[in-house]
Design a protein around this ligand. Structure first.
Ligand code: GTP
Ligand code: MG
Ligand code: NA
Length: 462
């Protein structure tokens, strides 16, 4: 009875898994959107958050009578599966309550599935395994949006047998990684045994089951954690340089309430910054925070939510670090304590960044968001690629960036290049680049960016 009286917030759910397992497509199927199709190269390169209201979950999941849903909705976080994006995966995981590990039923466990499982074990996060792409079993009869048990009953003996042996294979692989799992409707010990939900992100089989299981398992196993408290807990996800909004940050509000006009303290590359929230925006329900669109403006927002904050001084904010609210009643000591704490967080973060190895001779990298910058540098430093990085910056390319890159002209000419991802090139910078011979390479995926750079090197050697 006590549990019913509690005010619960939305569980935050992080979607993890190997490249192309269908993480984004699964969310598209839930939202009735088409985000995946719009992604450059069909790959996710940024963390995204989507709010799913409880009414919508009820409508899709159609819970049996007697099943009580106690949470007000779900906040779902999509992550990239490509190798270089391990920072974003770990960031997504660190703020979630429950995770979904997506496995392609035709492939079983893959490299980044195993990596994700290790992270989950390490951080002791509960998860549900989604066995996606069941429609690829040969002879599968589509049963759009049907509960998976019903859809399986509809299949031929051959399809059922193929399903069974592929399921068994995945269960064995999961066991080898230290996890007991079972099909969720056969799982009578869900506190010890993890659930498997088979799905198709194309025709929607199993989607009702997944939505319901996320809600039921969360509210059954983490009431304490999901109880709303009025203390702001908020993490920076991404920094954006937007033509219309200016520099803004995407945050996940995990607990508490944010107000327009709040004084907040944020970690930046240049130390803790105190600033005032000028605008508080969210995408509409069932829309992605990372997809540019029409935002809703708010005077205040209650957790859990994915929020875009517009304020001055955020250009060098560091993803993964907390945002603190300074209360009007806070005395200077308290505010300083918060800044101090942010200062320490920042210290740790700077160590993280300095691990992203830049050296004296190397290319210059510039990107629209911090997360992408990390991923590009990670990829450039990886053994198969091995392109040294001499410097980096965020936001539009300005003349001073080209000047920094031009230092390589005398030292190692081929590295006199700026690898630019989704940033504007200011006219002066462009002119100076052509004049001095600094090459600006652009592309819409991390991988193509490096390919284009390699082509440039090849051409300049010819
Ligand atoms: P990354 O973000 O790059 O890690 O990939 P992802 O896990 O988000 O996979 P994505 O949603 O981009 O899907 C990869 C490909 O698999 C796309 O071509 C999808 O159309 C396809 N796909 C995803 N889910 C299903 C499914 O259930 N059935 C079938 N047949 N294809 C699927
Ligand atoms: Mg994706
Ligand atoms: Na993909």
């Amino acid at each position: 009875a006590i549990e019913c009286d509690r005010m619960l917030r939305e569980p935050i759910c992080c979607i993890l898994g190997h490249v192309d397992a269908g993480k984004t497509k699964l969310l598209d199927c839930i939202r009735h959107t088409n985000v995946q199709k719009g992604e450059a190269g069909g790959i996710t390169q940024q963390i995204g958050a989507t709010y799913i209201p409880v009414e919508y979950i009820k409508e899709r999941a159609k819970p049996r009578e007697g099943i009580v849903i106690k949470v007000p909705g779900l906040l779902v976080i999509d992550t990239p599966g490509h190798e270089s994006f391990s920072n974003m995966r770990s960031r997504g995981l660190s703020l979630c309550d429950i995770a979904v590990v997506v496995v392609d039923i035709m492939h079983g466990l893959e490299k980044q599935t195993v990596e994700s499982l290790a992270l989950l074990k390490d951080r002791n996060v509960r998860f549900i395994v989604v066995l996606n792409k069941v429609d690829r079993l040969s002879g599968w009869k589509h049963c759009p949006d049907a509960p998976i048990k019903k859809a399986l009953e509809n299949q031929s003996g051959d399809v059922k047998r193929e399903f069974e042996w592929r399921l068994t294979k995945v269960v064995t692989q999961l066991m080898e990684n230290g996890f007991n799992t079972a099909l969720y409707y056969d799982n009578h010990k869900f506190r010890k045994v993890f659930d498997i939900v088979p799905t198709s992100a194309i025709s929607g089989e199993g989607i009702p089951d997944l939505l319901l299981m996320l809600v039921l398992r969360s509210q059954a196993t983490m009431v304490e954690k999901l109880t709303f408290v009025n203390t702001v807990e908020c993490t920076v996800l991404e920094v954006n340089d937007d033509k219309d909004l200016g520099t803004n940050i995407d945050v996940v509000l995990i607990n508490g309430v944010l107000h327009k006009g709040d004084q907040v303290n944020v970690c930046t590359k240049q130390g803790p910054v105190t600033t005032t929230i000028r605008d508080l925006l969210t995408p509409h329900p069932l829309k992605e925070l990372r997809v540019k669109g029409i935002y809703k403006h708010h005077k205040e927002l209650k957790a859990a939510q994915g929020v875009k904050i517009v304020a001055w001084g955020l250009k060098y904010a560091i993803p993964g670090t907390p945002l603190f609210v300074l209360k009007p009643g806070d005395d200077l000591g308290q505010s300083e304590a918060k800044s101090q704490r942010n200062g320490n967080e920042e210290g740790n973060m700077m160590q993280e960044i300095s691990r992203l190895k830049t050296c004296k001779e190397g290319v210059y990298v510039q990107a629209s968001t911090f997360g992408i910058l990390e991923a590009i540098i990670e990829h450039l430093n990886s053994p198969g690629v091995n392109v040294p990085v001499g410097g980096c910056n965020l936001g539009p390319i300005e003349k001073k960036d080209v000047m920094k890159a031009s230092a390589m002209l005398k030292r190692k000419e081929e590295y006199a290049a700026i690898l630019a991802f989704n940033v504007r090139v200011m006219p002066e910078a462009h002119a100076f680049a052509s004049e001095s011979g600094v090459k600006i390479v652009t592309a819409d995926t991390v991988y193509k960016l490096v390919d284009s750079f390699n082509e440039h090197i090849k051409r300049s050697k010819e």
